[in-house]
Design a protein around this ligand. Sequence first.
Ligand code: GCB
Length: 598
Amino acid sequence: MLTPKITATREVVSLDGIWKFAVDTGAAVDTGAAPWAGPLETTLEAPVPASYNDLFTDPAIRDHVGWVWYQRTVRVPRGWADDRVIVRVDAATHHGVVYVDDRLVAEHEGGYLPFEADITDLVTAGDEFRLTIGVDNRLTPDTIPPGTVTTRADGRLAQSYMHDFYNYAGLARSVWLASRPAVHVDDITVVTDIDGTTGVVDYRVELAGAADVRVRLTDATGAEVAAAEGATGTLRVADAHLWQPGAGYLYTLVVEVTVDGIVVDEYPQTVGIRTVAVDGGRFLINGQPFYFTGFGKHEDSAVRGKGHDDAYLVHDFQLIDWIGANSFRTSHYPYAEEVMDFADRHGIVVIDETAAVGLNKKIGGGIADMLGGAADKDFADGFGPKMQDAHRREIRELIGRDKNHPSVVMWSIANEPDTMSEGTDTYFEPLFALARELDPTRPVTFVNVMMAPPNVCRVSKFADVLCLNRYYGWYVDGGDLASAEAHLEAELRGWEGMYGKPMIMTEYGADTIAGYHSVWDQPWSEEYQASMLAMYHRVFDRVETMVGEQVWNFADFQTSSGFFRVDGNKKGVFTRDRKPKAAAHALRARWTARRDDQ
Ligand code: GCB
């Protein structure tokens, strides 16, 4: 699905702003009391984009389990009479329904990927219509991510889930009204290669309707560097300016659709010419060994929750640059398209992850179940074909959305799933195959949990790169960095000996209260976080197949409440409002030196 854009043949109206908002306390969808059938009866209003949870003071809204409703009136621009009219929702977390007046036009499962509806036949150019979007935040054993809804003694619903980030919900990304011609570009796929100093751009255009296609590739100044006719083809760019980590040079593939020689649709697709490959124990970008530095992140900030915010977008990338990092992982779900576009333009390397987090009953609230409640629960207990179908859909939609981003160098199909239990290999093998079939050009990985070391993990054999999350010095050997160092090195050597594949530490970190200091190895102090990271770095520098380090986490973030989290997860190198802890300065020294050496 193409991102809505203003082009010579297309227009876009942002529907962001304040919408009417209501919490559905009576399960209206199930009872047939249709909130979409007329004006929403509510005094509440909510901004789009934003998660709704932290906007209001009423705990019943923050902790609501089930549907909420957003509504506004929309006027179709009067010049759109000859066009198709599309409503596009960038994300509805986790289940969205869209009504135009009282007609259901779209329904979507999965909280972090876009969906759209063609509403041309229901609206009139120049007139208004009522747009109502329902969003259900429930996670069940069959959703990605999974969760469980139970009923408390007093009848209130309670949502539990195995990941630790807070289950923010609502319309956290933009909503658009878009026009496009009846005959139009439906999809574009671009794959690039390098032949000496020549850039090779293979393209494939899918059309809705019968028409001819011509394309031209322009450089960053707008000058044409190649052109071709036909819906598929190859363009060759002499002396190509490559997309490089740290220097995100972009060309634009301008696709024109013609009928009888007249241009009926135009769509510009940015293109970064670069290659990605795994070679033995090395990860190569443009044929050169690449070492990942950076973070696992979250889309998270005060008040707006997971709401996309361009100011945070720019500031977070500024901090990534300030600290000398070159990459991040979209832990633990696909991020807003604005983030991916920004990474493309600024040369930041991305490991792109599905929302398959918490497929692990041995984890509670994001951490290993130390109290034992889930010890006897294994993968076969609940993770069945319905979840696998949902997982397949997530992989399809993610690759469909993000396949043309040069910043994306690898797909991560899950974070810390159970890969210890019997049946996990048969669950995952087809998912790896699907990702490779959809995109044969990028490595595919998953992120391995500490409970599945090399001799236990049944799934690492399918991954091109070993991505490991380890908490030696925190959940294991807490406060004892000498033991942690020995255990970490022994495990990494075990992986290296068994697989010889490139390894990235995709999580390592310590909860840290900004402003808490100690001269000793005291967990939660700023000094401990810095010493622990330094310990990991000593080990990484000794292990040859390590190709990257991504600290957990970029910034402190909100979690569900519980006795092991104090106002959220504090493993951020920056606080939730993006102030550096001591570790940020230490990382900056290491990573800027590495960047300067490259
Ligand atoms: C993990 C999870 C991450 C948690 C982190 C922690 O392994 O992947 O989502 O936030 O541990 O801090 O416990």
